[in-house]
Design a protein around this ligand. Structure first.
Ligand code: TMP
Ligand code: MG
Length: 316
């Protein structure tokens, strides 16, 4: 129909072109070859709306393992929070062997593109439950956790300091929602000197007895594909942030997309997914699920550039 009313069509077209140009020049990182988007104009419209609303309307929700932490460094895999516990200080050889066997059985299921979430669910519960039982049998000592983290090769993604410091400076709340081990992820962040007061963590926390030995895990189990249920259980946290209807969500698993489900009311949500592994097999499902997909990108460059635009640091 626009064909008959060109005087409307033309200004709308050029306004859109200017809009697209603006985001392109403000966030050149989005033009990188590793950045994939199903609907670039939706991304741009969302970013513009979040930019107009500013930092006071924003909250960030992020997964931890392989999202805030690196997947690999110089071609070698970096450990998840569970894998950091694979240390002589904490567990014996038989336990290490069994935990590695479980990883080799269940990790391929976790990332299998041919398998539905419903099919994966019982396997994930089995994996987490078995590993947690093994760890409890080892009576892991609380006072050795910091040393195990120090000795590990865990790394936060390149550009992490800018990310954490920027959110703290702008007083934007950061919820870290992890199916990993809460005590360990806190320690990783602390040892990198970015555990700021704007951070809230939902994760699997260890429960130590009076002598400091692991006796259980606290609360309901969180695994990669039940974050929705976990989010609903933490409704009180989300209620406190109801004045912040805009969400930047970062994850590396499709299960991470449910991390904001505890929010009763959102206005604009932008989801960014790190596609670290099995890229060919999972590319399509990631593009269909996340607004922005970052392929084998070990940096925080894109989230940082987006944040710099929607919640800019005050001019000095
Ligand atoms: P995330 O929610 O912070 O990403 O943490 C979950 C990751 O932990 C998930 O990708 C699988 C991984 N994991 C291990 O590496 N080893 C284990 O023993 C278990 C149970 C999970
Ligand atoms: Mg993860």
């Amino acid at each position: 129909m626009v064909y008959h009313i060109p005087w409307i069509y033309v200004p709308v077209r050029s306004a859109l072109a200017i809009w697209h140009q603006l985001t392109k020049s403000e966030i050149p990182e989005l033009a990188k070859a590793s950045v994939l988007m199903r609907d670039r104009s939706r991304v741009e419209t969302t970013i513009q709306a979040m930019h107009r609303a500013g930092p006071d309307a924003l909250q960030v929700i992020s997964d931890f393992d392989m999202t805030l932490s690196r997947f690999a460094y110089n071609g070698t895999r970096c450990p998840t929070t569970h894998n950091i516990l694979d240390n002589d200080l904490l567990i014996n050889d038989a336990c290490k062997k069994r935990i590695r066997e479980l990883l080799n059985i269940y990790y391929p299921i976790e990332i299998d593109a041919a398998c539905t979430v419903e099919e994966k669910l019982p396997h994930m519960v089995e994996w987490w439950t078995s590993v947690h039982e093994l760890l409890i049998q080892q009576k892991i000592r609380k006072d050795l956790l910091a040393l195990a983290v120090e000795q590990s090769s865990a790394m936060l993604r390149e550009g992490y300091r800018v990310f954490f410091d920027h959110l703290q400076q702008q007083q934007v709340p950061l919820l870290i929602f992890s199916a990993g081990v809460g005590d360990i992820l806190e320690e990783v962040i602390r040892q990198n000197h970015v555990f700021h007061p704007n951070i809230h963590v939902i994760s699997n926390y260890m429960d130590f007895d009076q002598s400091g030995e692991l006796q259980a895990f606290k609360g309901p189990l969180i695994h990669t594909f039940n974050k929705r249920e976990g989010a609903l259980l933490h409704a009180a946290h989300f209620r406190k942030l109801r004045e912040r209807p805009n969400v930047l969500l970062l994850g590396d698993s499709l299960g991470d997309l449910t991390m904001a489900d505890g929010l009763a009311h959102t206005q604009h949500t932008l989801t960014v997914g790190f596609l670290n592994d099995q890229v060919g097999e999972r590319r399509e499902s990631y593009i269909n699920s996340y607004d922005i997909v970052l392929v084998k990108d070990e940096t925080m460059d894109v989230p940082n550039a987006i944040l710099n635009y929607i919640a800019p640091a005050p001019a000095k």
